[in-house]
Ligand binder design. Structure first.
Ligand SMILES: *Cc1c(COP(=O)(O)O)cnc(C)c1O
Length: 242
């Protein structure tokens, strides 16, 4: 019997493809991350069997257990941390995750870099800088609300980005944002402003690779793809309600 999850995933891929085509983008540039937070390791195994290779979790402890249970599958999976990370868990996170989307301070990036000191392998952590361009109550992410009119906030962010780009053990790959709760059309300007910020960083901090934009969830991923997202983080549309 075919797992119904296979169909759910195919439907998401089809929607990503149509959104990419509407905006003249190559659908192959967009990575689907299955967000398995709150679901057990068996759900991750099912997702893997259904073709998911990128898995998103928002808590270090919860992910640690699943990663341990799926040790045999580790080479086939890329684990992404998408939730807030405290500096005291940086060492653990740096070794558990392939990607960390939620880097929101220079201090945290430095802690992640230090975690790789003395690593014998050439392993690096791929990181994204989480930005808050909406000024919404949620305080996570670098504060870039209204960055177009706040040259000093932008300059401070660029200084931090330059320092982070130079840290060993990390590879800076782009930006991540979470749109405020609302309709896709309400989310769209936040996605667009995040992309414009990324384009500016690519000019001002050319030593880093700014190719990645992690934007879009179940309720707004098509608008995010139309505005340039390269990583959509989808939970409920694949795995059901939490
Ligand atoms: C939970 C979560 C998602 C997935 O949300 P859905 O609405 O279930 O698709 C994406 N990104 C982050 C940061 C999350 O915490």
């Amino acid at each position: 019997m075919i797992d119904p999850m296979v169909e759910q995933i195919a439907a998401i891929h089809a929607r990503i493809k149509r959104a990419a085509e509407r905006s003249g983008r190559d659908p192959a540039e967009i990575r689907l991350i299955g967000v398995t937070k709150t679901h057990p390791a068996e759900m991750v195994a099912r997702a893997l069997a259904a073709g998911i290779r990128d898995v998103g979790e928002n808590r270090v402890q919860e992910a640690e257990q699943k990663i341990a249970m799926l040790a045999a599958e580790r080479p086939q999976l890329r684990w992404h941390l998408i939730g807030h990370l405290q500096s005291n868990k940086a060492r653990k996170a740096a070794h558990l995750f392939d990607w960390i989307h939620s880097v929101d301070s220079l201090r945290l990036a430095q802690a992640l870099s230090r975690a790789h000191e003395g690593d014998s392998s050439a392993q690096v952590t791929q990181i994204l800088l989480q930005v808050n361009v909406s000024g919404e109550a949620s305080k996570e992410g670098f504060d870039l609300a209204g960055w177009e009119e706040r040259p000093e906030a932008l300059a401070a962010f660029i200084t931090d980005a330059e320092a982070i780009a130079a840290l060993p053990g990390l590879q800076l790959r782009g930006l991540m944002t979470i749109a405020p709760i609302g309709s896709p059309e309400e989310a769209r300007p936040h996605f667009r402003r995040t992309r414009l910020l990324r384009d500016l960083l690519a000019e001002r901090v050319p030593q880093a690779d700014w190719s990645q934009l992690s934007m879009g969830m179940t309720d707004d991923f098509e608008a995010a793809v139309e505005e340039g997202s390269s990583m959509v983080r989808i939970g409920r549309a694949i795995f059901g309600a939490r």
